[in-house]
Write a protein that binds this ligand. Structure first.
Ligand code: HDE
Length: 704
């Protein structure tokens, strides 16, 4: 074995105001003597050297007695917990729920008793199919899970951004999830429904058709979490102090309105910024632009439920708001990011069975099945029955019980009473049940034989699918058709495509024909056998459309401004001021991140180098190049993509005259449409921002 060489100490280096000490091998030593805390092991022993493991001789071998090395690597090896089996990729924030008025007439839930009262919440948004490291803009349902830390315990409203679901009975959940996840022999595709297994299952599952209309719509590619609605999906019950129960459906409505991206944009965003939705929520909250939703309730009784042909216990159905308005009862504001992603976002354990007095389940078989699932999954993920002791899961109200011990028990009872009844009195005897304050299930009749049967009232699979489709704006209908063609084109088996078109024939013949044409089918297949014929006369519900319910402002959105050397400083300042007045965020893009020299000689740093700030990351763009800067832009492919993508994605584009050269280079029509706003002088800045309130210029015939 080679003898060790004599250490030859390299000299220390100076970075700014810091002197970094170098060891003999050139390694960095920043020591506590320089004012830092002393680094210790988990057991508190101060560490003398965190750069080198203990070796016999300076070139090894390693020694087993190095406890610090062993502990550090051991802990690292165990850093991961199992990701969620569904909804693995998520992002969360803290905030509060504020009750508008007392709802004591319909529920005794403490959270709804007092006007203006604020209850802390933790909200996690997620995609369903992808793994933890997948990209944000998958075409997928989004989870919308809210934990209310009420004074009567935690209430978890574990919902989605779509008000209906794929299946009617929880026993089918493993099947639908297996089908959408990567195919087991191949291990791909990741975070995508565009593959044979998914469409094979779906095309054999007529009850999924209503949900399929939603997941093929723009709802499945939201612009960000801040622009999504949320839904409790199932019918729940509210119970008042008199024990009177009513049905309820929960809706969350975003203050900023709804907004989605277009599919071609989604595909490119996933490459440019896989964390697009995470970054959006993080940046909005950190900059004080707190997202807000209203909680709205559809409350109804059994007679109203009986007035429908469908069953309110069927989670593939919704109640149109035109028939029963959703009344706002409070608002939720997200105003604080977690301190630590793992401790809070990863370890938060939502469970549908977490309800509070005044809220009860219905007999929806999907909800009932979920109530079994979530406790199991948390034990698997968090590894101990004490997961409710983790700070993110612990209630913020007093908590007393006799459960004890187990892995990682760190809140332990004192005293001798760990059972009841006991005779140790109020001082030492521990807690007791309360008929008055405690949860009492409202007594409800149940009857019938034990059966494995799907009720007949669940049999109409097409009427509401059709109703959703005809409620959409024409552009949205076209997107649904495009999405179906895209997804089914990824299926290698023609039989699967045909089965799907067979279902579409029961929803809307024109849609079926469009999809068949888009797939290059020579003839239409037979319509699928329907357990119940489609009701053709259900009226459109405009409130189901995103585009029919536009926002009034460009607030909360983002403008990307491309600048070069020589950009007019006054024009830029005017645009920044107009955006700030609207509440629009701005990011600057330049050929180099170090920035440009503006017309008045000031150096303006940029947020992005041009290839790191493509136009897909912004809701609208402005190109403010000067003559002296345009020539270099013409040579840059990312600058050309910046323009052609903004055009194809129907974006509003503000521009100075020199930008016309770039437009010509990428082949935009000479006669620019009204989505292009010329910016000759500072006053034009407001015109651009005003135009952007429409979010997109859909009248561009050759958009993506
Ligand atoms: Fe879930 N679901 N789910 N789900 N679900 C989970 O619980 C399950 C369903 C939803 O951000 C799991 O903690 C079954 C409908 C959200 O942490 C698991 C069924 C809706 C989240 C589970 C459903 C949801 C989950 C996996 C069929 C909308 C993420 C990890 C009966 C109303 C919560 C976990 C978070 C998570 C089971 C159907 C929403 C395995 C069995 C319907 C938002 O327990």
């Amino acid at each position: 074995m080679a003898r060790s060489k004599k250490p030859d100490s390299p000299s220390n280096v100076v970075y700014g105001d810091q002197t970094i000490q170098r060891g003999p091998g050139g390694e960095t030593h920043q020591t506590a003597e320089e004012g830092y805390d002393v680094l210790t092991t988990q057991h508190g022993m101060p560490v003398g050297d965190d750069q080198n493991s203990l070796k016999q001789g300076d070139r090894g071998p390693l020694l087993v007695e190095d406890g610090h090395f062993r502990e550090k690597i051991f802990h690292f090896d165990h850093e991961r917990i199992p990701e969620r089996v569904v909804h693995a990729r998520g992002y969360a924030a803290h905030g509060f729920f504020e009750t508008y008025d007392s709802l004591s007439a319909i529920t005794k839930a403490d959270i709804f008793q007092r006007k203006g009262e604020r209850t802390p919440v933790f909200v996690r948004f997620s995609t369903v199919a992808g793994s933890e490291g997948s990209f944000d803009l998958a075409r997928d349902v989004r989870g919308f899970a809210v934990k209310f830390y009420t004074k009567q315990g935690n209430w978890d409203l574990v919902g989605n951004n779509i008000p209906v679901f794929f299946i009617q009975d929880a026993i089918k959940f493993p099947d639908v999830i297996h089908a959408v996840k990567p195919e087991p022999d191949k291990g791909f595709p990741q975070a995508q429904s565009a593959h044979d297994n998914f469409w094979d299952f779906i095309s054999l599952t007529p009850e999924a058709m209503h949900m399929i209309m939603w997941v093929m719509s723009d709802r499945a590619i939201p612009r960000s979490f801040r622009f999504m609605q949320g839904f409790g999906v199932h019918t729940f019950q509210l119970v008042n102090a008199k024990g009177e129960a009513r049905f309820v459906k929960f809706h969350w409505k975003p203050k900023l309105g709804m907004q989605s991206v277009v599919w071609n944009e989604a595909v490119k965003i996933n490459g440019a910024d896989p964390d697009f939705h995470r970054r959006d929520l993080f940046n909005a909250i950190q900059s004080g632009d707190f997202p807000e939703w209203e909680l709205c309730l559809q409350v109804f009784d059994q007679d109203f439920a009986d007035s429908f042909d469908f069953d309110v216990l069927d989670p593939t159905k919704l109640i149109p708001e035109e028939l029963l308005p959703a009344t706002p009862v409070g608002r939720m504001v997200l105003d604080r990011m977690p301190d630590n992603f793992f401790a809070e976002t990863e370890q938060v354990a939502f469970m549908t069975q977490n309800i509070v007095p005044g809220v009860e389940f219905s007999n929806d078989p999907l909800l009932q099945g979920r109530n079994f699932s979530y406790l199991d999954t948390q034990l698997k993920r968090l590894g101990s029955p004490n997961f409710a002791q983790l700070p993110i899961n612990a209630p913020k109200c007093p908590m007393h019980h006799f459960q004890q011990d187990g892995h990682m028990a760190f809140k332990n009872p004192t005293g001798r009473a760990n059972y009841e009844p006991n005779g140790w009195g109020t001082e030492a005897g521990g807690p007791r049940e309360s008929k008055e304050l405690g949860f009492q299930t409202v007594p409800q009749e149940a009857e019938g034989p034990k059966v494995r049967l799907r009720p007949e009232s669940f049999a109409d699979h097409y009427s509401q699918a059709r109703q959703f489709f005809i409620s959409q704006d024409l552009i949205e209908q076209q997107h649904i058709g495009d999405a179906l063609v895209f997804e089914l084109s990824k299926c290698a088996f023609p039989s699967i495509r045909e089965r799907m078109v067979g279902h579409l024939l029961n929803i809307d013949e024109e849609l079926a024909q469009t999809v068949a044409d888009g797939l290059g089918m020579k003839a239409l297949p037979k319509a699928a056998n329907a357990a119940r014929p489609t009701k053709m006369d259900l009226p459109a519900s405009d409130l189901l459309s995103i585009l029919k319910n536009p926002p009034e402002s460009f607030a909360g959105r983002k403008l990307g401004i491309l600048i070069t050397d020589g950009t007019d400083a006054k024009l830029l300042a005017a645009l920044l001021a107009a955006a700030a007045a609207e509440g629009t965020a701005v990011e600057l893009i330049a050929p180099m991140v170090g920035g440009v020299t503006l017309s008045d000689g000031t150096i303006q740093p940029a947020h992005h180098k041009i290839d790191g700030g493509p136009s897909v990351l912004f809701d609208a763009v402005a190109l403010l190049p000067a003559e002296e800067g345009i020539l270099s832009l013409l040579k840059l492919p990312p600058a050309r993509d910046f323009v052609s993508d903004a055009y194809a994605h129907y974006k509003f584009v503000g521009f100075t005259a020199p930008a016309a050269k770039l437009f010509a280079k990428v082949g935009l029509p000479e006669d620019l449409d009204k989505g292009f706003i010329a910016m000759d002088e500072p006053a034009d800045a407001e015109e651009l921002i005003a135009a952007c309130r429409a979010l997109r210029f859909w009248d561009r015939p050759d958009g993506a």
